[in-house]
Design a binder for this molecule. Structure first.
Ligand SMILES: Nc1ncnc2c1ncn2[C@@H]1O[C@H](COP(=O)(O)OP(=O)(O)O)[C@@H](O)[C@H]1O
Ligand SMILES: [Mg+2]
Length: 434
């Protein structure tokens, strides 16, 4: 590359080399550059779409320097190749075919060195690559500036003219500063996108976990019911028969009879315990009678022993949802009722299920001590908050919304709404992130 054509001063150093001699025009130039910079910055601020940033950035640059030809090339890291992402005033053939390895051609060298270049006439530049394309396009004066973020060059911005000697060093300094701004904006967009994807991956994982957990619970419940529970009731019956036999045979051994009785009642107790476990894992009534019945049964079995009065009310015409949806809704009820049992110290609780044509809603209230909802923003080390978090996630996965309202000394309400009338497929994310 010919010497004396490169311009690589920081924008602030422009004045010492500027041809503008008198103070008035220097100040004017500064003012012009400042306005130009803030114009680009205002135009791209708040944008997260890479193409929009690049397009708006380029349009602004061209209008600032009264140019009509230019483009932004981005560096593809794996292949170390620059290619045009947006352009203006260039033919599609030029933009498509102009691909430069890092270090090749003018733009390739700018990207490699991170230094801007001003060429009075690129058509006679020995370092230029694809001179055929450049001549066919009729490009003469040419500026190429790097788009940098910290020490990384992410691409270059080129501005050209069909006449030679069209640009000044001042133009290069200005474009260099704008290039830095665009570089940071590109980097931010990429970080933003990476963050969005990471979040999406986590949500997917959380959703898969919930689905897998539900399947596992259902499997264990089935196995416990088919194997353990059946065997236990068989044993209990056998023991009863043994007790009868022993009575009929006139067995007077009090110790033996008492022992048999003890084993029999223990078996009955274990059987009850297993049934309770099964019902917690996946209540059969959820499959047979549906959500309202399962909610009513669960709430009673959990709250009545604690002397908490609970009612379950259905408004509208009750309908059945796909099993996975019902299971997810039941988990929400289970979580909320569990919280009332564990934390509320309530006297009364109520569950209301409302079936509308296009929406199902659920609310679970208690008149207990309440809590500070704003104090629970995360899942704590102890697991506190996990229940509320997974309730919100489950509803989110159903495309619905949910919330908690609680007042100290008054009570707590948990509500959830999901859309119906369209295919609800549990595990397919339709949530908007709330
Ligand atoms: N109905 C309620 N009444 C009072 N406090 C509640 C109620 N529901 C939830 N909380 C509070 O919110 C916290 C978080 O609930 P949750 O996420 O289910 O976690 P965990 O029940 O494991 O503590 C509870 O520890 C409790 O302090
Ligand atoms: Mg809980």
């Amino acid at each position: 590359m010919k010497k004396d054509r490169g311009v690589n001063k920081a924008p602030g150093q422009a004045s010492s080399h500027s041809k503008l001699s008198d103070r008035g025009s220097k100040a004017e130039k500064y003012y012009h550059d400042l306005v130009a910079l803030s114009r680009v910055s205002a135009a791209i601020s708040g944008l997260h779409d890479l193409d929009a940033i690049l397009k708006i950035g380029l349009d602004n640059v061209l209008s600032i320097i009264n140019g009509t030809v230019g483009g932004i090339m981005l560096l593809d890291e794996p292949s170390q190749t620059l290619s045009y992402r947006v352009y203006h005033g260039l033919s599609a053939k030029y933009a498509e075919e102009m691909r430069l390895k890092l270090g090749d051609g003018v733009a390739g060298k700018v990207a490699q060195s991170g230094r801007s270049v001003l060429l009075e006439d690129i058509s006679s530049e020995p370092d230029a690559a694809r001179i055929d394309l450049i001549s066919a396009e009729g490009l003469r004066a040419f500026i190429s500036v790097p788009l940098r973020a910290k020490d990384n060059v992410l691409g270059v911005m080129n501005v050209a003219s069909h006449v030679p000697h069209r640009f000044t060093k001042g133009d290069v300094h200005l474009l260099h500063s704008i290039g830095d701004q665009l570089g940071i904006a590109i980097e931010q967009t990429r970080l933003h996108e990476r963050l969005r994807r990471a979040r999406e991956r986590l949500r997917k994982l959380a959703r898969q976990n919930l689905v897998a957990e539900e399947e596992e619970r259902r499997r264990i419940a089935r196995e416990l019911h088919d194997e353990t529970s059946q065997s236990l009731s068989g044993i209990a019956l056998q023991l009863e028969a043994l007790m009868e036999m022993s009575a009929k045979s006139g067995n007077q051994d009090a110790k033996f009879i008492a022992g048999l009785k003890k084993v029999q009642s223990l078996t009955v107790q274990v059987h009850k315990e297993v049934s309770r476990l099964i019902s917690n894992l996946h209540p059969a009534v959820l499959d047979t009678l549906g959500l309202a019945a399962a909610a009513r049964q669960y709430a009673k079995s959990r709250l009545q022993p604690l002397d908490i009065d609970v009612t379950t009310e259905v408004k509208g015409t009750e309908m059945r949802f796909p099993p996975d949806v019902e299971a997810a809704l039941f988990r929400v009820v289970q979580g909320a009722i569990g919280n009332i049992a564990e934390h509320s110290q309530a006297k009364n609780a109520s569950i209301v299920l409302v079936y509308l044509r296009d929406e199902f809603s659920l609310s679970i209230c208690d008149d207990g001590q309440g809590f500070d909802v704003s104090g629970i923003t995360d899942v704590e080390e102890s697991g506190r908050g996990r229940g509320l978090f997974s309730m919100r996630e489950r509803i989110g996965f159903l495309g619905g919304t949910s919330g908690i309202e609680s007042r100290i000394g008054v009570g707590t309400t948990i509500w959830a709404k999901i859309p119906i009338g369209q295919d609800i497929i549990y595990g397919e994310d339709k949530s908007t992130g709330n």
